[in-house]
Ligand binder design. Structure first.
Ligand SMILES: [Zn+2]
Length: 311
């Protein structure tokens, strides 16, 4: 049994609002009965029978009123042009389920109607196939229990929490055991999108919610680490005596200009090396020293001018 997404915004579209109730049912009938690339082979008698309407169904009127959301192909089949984009996002030649859709679209001559992304060669390098050993390892790590819905008694597969197409990788942290149904529903969605689209609708996704929170916590930790790194002092100068954080160096450069900042850092470095200067705070030392050094330099320039030109 195939499962499909429904656009929760569909009720806000004016063309949809303008449909009669029966026409809305007819539209949903097509959305659910079309194949996996959005092509429906119309069988109006069957459709009318299944919809079981007391009114006559006017399919031509539906075509007109859906304003380009349904097209009639040359072979008489009906096509939902936005179907693939909505169900699967941008199709990618690197994605195995997408390859099936692309093949089907090619058969219909409809491939040019759908956006296909084939530029990510870097991704195919990343998409090294998981070995069976790796898969087994991940599945048994999670005791063959779907980590998204809790299902235990069905076929399990390995899912990329962050899909490769969205920058995920094959690291253990990104691999998880899920049931086939959760895996196909998630497809190339991020975990957050999967949760937003399916919670309460499909199954209770408390587990996904928890995984999301854990991921967010990890992300925060990483940010903290980065901040710590920014506050870490590094060694500067030829003799590596000057200790400054990256932030401090950037600020010195922006305040005094690149060359002057480096010059001051080197002077302090030399001073420490030669004379054993001791400062608790090297950044402050440079900043205190800057006006003194500048004045000294200017005086020296003046003296030199006097010496050379006598004024
Ligand atoms: Zn599941």
């Amino acid at each position: 049994m195939a499962k499909r997404f429904i656009d929760t915004e569909i009720w806000n579209n004016t063309w949809f609002m303008d449909l009669l109730p029966i026409e809305k049912i007819m539209f949903f009938y097509i959305v659910t009965k079309c194949d996996y690339v959005g092509v429906w082979n119309p069988n109006f008698r069957l459709a009318s029978f299944v919809i079981n309407s007391e009114w006559d169904l006017n399919w031509n009127e539906l075509l007109k009123k859906t304003k380009g959301n349904i097209e009639v192909l040359e072979n008489g089949k009906w096509f939902l042009p936005d179907f693939c984009k909505f169900q699967y996002g941008e199709l990618s030649e690197q994605s195995r389920p997408h390859q099936t859709y692309i093949k089907k679209l090619k058969e219909y001559g409809l491939l040019n109607r759908v956006v296909v992304n084939n530029k990510s060669n870097t991704m195919s390098a990343k998409r090294k196939r998981l070995t069976q050993k790796k898969k087994d390892e991940i599945l048994s790590k999670y005791k063959y229990e779907c980590q998204y819905c809790g299902e235990k008694n069905c076929d399990m597969v390995v899912d990329h929490i962050t899909p490769l197409i969205k920058g995920g990788d094959n690291s253990d942290d990104n691999l998880i055991c899920t049931c086939v149904s959760c895996n196909s529903r998630k497809s190339d969605l991020s975990l957050q999108e999967f949760y937003d689209n399916n919670n309460g609708v499909y199954k209770n996704l408390d587990r996904v919610y928890n995984i999301l929170n854990t991921l967010k916590e990890k992300e925060k930790e990483k940010e903290k680490e980065k901040d710590k790194e920014k506050d870490k002092k590094h060694k500067y100068g030829e003799f590596k005596n000057v200790l400054l954080t990256d932030k401090e160096v950037e600020k010195l450069k922006s305040d005094y200009g690149n060359d002057r900042a480096l010059e001051l850092i080197n002077k302090l470095d030399e001073g420490i090396e030669l004379k054993g200067y001791k400062y608790k705070n090297h950044n402050l030392a440079i900043r205190k020293w800057y006006p003194v050094d500048t004045e000294y330099k200017n005086n020296k320039k003046e003296l030199k001018l006097k010496e050379e030109y006598g004024f």
